[in-house]
Design a protein around this ligand. Structure first.
Ligand code: 5GP
Ligand code: ZN
Length: 112
């Protein structure tokens, strides 16, 4: 499958990983918008939040618990951070493998 993030999962493309287990992997965004900008993905290819199915409930819960671990590892647990998933055209999704941006390390604004 021609998916950048599947290639990162498979080790075909390099990435600066900050967390990995059997089901998920987190790595630095190649084009960070803040001092901390990590992408958390399931290893399973799911195109977006809209494609999450009943069978993925446990995986998505696990992914959220893993986000807590990444926040701690990146030292933003106390200062706060933002978790975002972009969906489709208006959401400006560019990679169609479910991913959560974990953004922090500076004061964020809320402008769209
Ligand atoms: P989206 O726009 O789909 O929400 O987010 C995709 C993100 O993936 C972007 O922030 C982009 O910088 C990042 N990205 C795209 N290609 C690569 C890559 O090859 N490696 C890494 N680490 N990040 C990537
Ligand atoms: Zn994929």
């Amino acid at each position: 499958m021609d998916c950048i993030f599947c290639k990162i999962v498979d080790g075909e493309l390099p990435a600066k990983k900050v967390y990995e287990d059997e089901h998920v992997v987190a790595f630095h965004d190649i084009n960070p918008i803040a001092p901390v900008h990590v992408l958390m993905i399931p290893k399973k290819h799911i195109p977006s939040l809209l494609a999450i199915g009943e069978a993925d409930k446990e995986l998505i819960g696990h992914l959220h618990l893993s986000l807590q671990k990444v926040a701690e590892a990146m030292d933003v647990k106390e200062s706060g951070f933002r978790v975002v998933t972009n969906i489709g055209t208006h959401g400006q999704q560019t990679v169609f493998h479910l991913h959560y941006h974990l953004i922090g390390g500076r004061q964020l604004e809320w402008t769209m």
